[in-house]
Design a protein around this ligand. Structure first.
Ligand code: S3P
Ligand code: PEP
Length: 441
């Protein structure tokens, strides 16, 4: 969107159908950027996501002396790998609110050693990073908190790393383990490195994305269930030549939900049966709710039926796409319960609290627990101005409440501060308006 208004008014839409070409996956884009920067050789990246989160990663790499070019105006980039150590040893890096940038970069920079500071938007300074910092510092890196202990901003100095066994807690964010896994080959020059997970590991499918991409860059990680991961000595990242970024499966959820609520069929292109992203399992929840799903190698289509069934399920494996289910619950035939979603509280906002507050504005009855939400839809949705808390997913999933479902009509929905979608999907509202046949512009 070129000019962001302060708010967008979405009129109720009778029907949603059509097809959408998805932007690239945020999780894959930022991992590939860092791996390509660490690798030997140049990597051509096809269809990189263009958004705030990838922008902060690209800018940080540039400041660190990594050379990259964009191919014209396209989404294709070439990153010239620095081969294990970045050329610039002192930098002040702005990380916005991108968890996929600050966490892996912290580990990589701490292992390399140098004098770096990492900071972000105010919310980033409330998002935990202590488990990662503790794991690294126990291995001899030197990371200090310059604000509140356990949170960014961070200062990294030159430490004396000696890591053969590292331990990290997995129950706050899987990104801490991802960060250590990505940095492990930089530590494993002369000896193997084993990373152990302490306690429960959440958001597990994101670790599978990490392992998959590390392997594409030529490093093998031996895996002992979800408990421990070993990188043998002497491995280093090498460019795969060129690598393609799949469409974003979390972004797909909004369009598939639109097809599910308001008739469909709605097709998303760029992600499908062969996806490496856990969020494609969103379609399993849709199927439980009675939605008809078809899938090809590189596309998914959703078609809604007479009504949507309420759902009661554990959503720990798809924390981002599960927000879409919470809004779909407004259209279901009974009370839905989303369980095991405690990590929502430490993301772009406290998403459990924000979701409960905004669903209530539309007339839902919502019970909020430490790690769950229970949502009972109203007889009829009521018009509401939705606050988005600088959270792209709040803005995107609440657009769905403007759709007419089989059991209840959509409401007039005002989305406040719609520009927050720029974190992962700058053109979201144009794409939504096309599918929802909603005359936004
Ligand atoms: O590794 C990743 O790419 C991500 C992991 C998840 O975070 P947590 O592991 O903190 O749940 C997810 O919510 C985030 O959007 C992206
Ligand atoms: C939690 C999210 O982002 P981040 O990568 O910053 O953790 C998200 O995109 O929903």
């Amino acid at each position: 969107m070129k000019h962001y208004p302060n708010h967008l008014d979405l009129q109720p839409a009778l029907h949603a159908s059509g097809s959408v070409r998805l932007p690239g996956s945020k999780s894959i884009s930022n991992r590939i950027l860092l791996l390509a920067a660490l690798a030997q050789g140049s990597t051509r990246i096809l269809e990189l996501l263009a958004s705030d989160d990838t922008h902060v990663m690209l800018m940080a790499l540039q400041q660190l002396g990594v050379k990259w070019e964009q191919e014209g105006e396209s989404r294709n980039y070439v990153v010239h790998g620095a081969g294990g150590t970045f050329p610039v040893h002192q930098a002040d890096l702005f990380m916005g609110n991108a968890g996929t940038a600050i966490r892996p970069l912290t580990a990589a920079l701490a292992v390399m050693g140098g004098d770096y500071t990492l900071h972000g938007v105010p919310r980033m300074h409330e998002r935990p990073i202590g488990d990662l910092v503790e794991a690294l510092n126990a291995a001899g890196t030197q990371i200090e908190y310059t604000g509140v202990e356990g949170y960014p901003p961070l200062r990294i100095r030159r430490g004396h790393l000696h890591a053969e066994r590292m331990r990290v807690r997995g129950n706050v964010s899987s990104q801490f383990l991802t960060a250590l896994l990505m940095a492990a080959p930089l530590m494993a020059r002369s000896h193997a490195v084993t990373i152990e997970v302490v306690g429960e590991l959440i958001s597990r499918p994101y670790i599978e994305i990490t392992l998959n991409l590390i392997r594409r860059f030529g490093v093998t990680v031996e895996r002992h269930g979800w408990q421990a991961f070993t990188v043998q000595a002497g491995q280093h990242y090498t460019s795969p030549g060129s690598i393609h970024v799949e469409g974003d499966a979390s972004s797909a959820s909004y369009f598939l939900a639109a097809g599910a609520i308001a008739g469909g069929p709605v097709r998303v292109e760029g992600v499908g049966r062969d996806s490496i992203q856990g969020d494609v399992r969103f379609v399993e929840a849709l199927q439980q709710m009675g939605v008809t799903i078809s899938m090809g190698e590189n596309w998914i289509e959703a078609q809604g039926g007479a009504s949507l069934h309420a759902i009661d399920a554990d959503f720990n494996h798809i924390p981002d796409a599960a927000m879409t289910i919470a809004v779909m619950a407004l259209y279901a035939d009974g009370t839905s319960t989303l369980r095991n979603i405690a990590s929502w509280r430490v993301k772009e906002t406290d998403r459990i609290a924000a979701m409960a507050t905004e669903l209530r504005k539309l007339g839902a009855t919502v019970e909020e627990g430490a790690d769950y939400l229970r949502i009972t839809p109203p007889a009829q949705l009521q018009a509401a101005a939705i606050d988005t808390y600088d959270d792209h997913r709040m803005a995107m999933c609440f657009s769905l409440a403007s759709l007419d479902g089989a059991l209840r009509r959509g409401a007039r929905v005002r989305i406040n501060d719609p520009k927050c979608v720029a974190k992962t999907f700058p053109d979201y509202f144009e794409a939504f308006a096309r599918v929802a046949q909603n005359k936004l512009f």
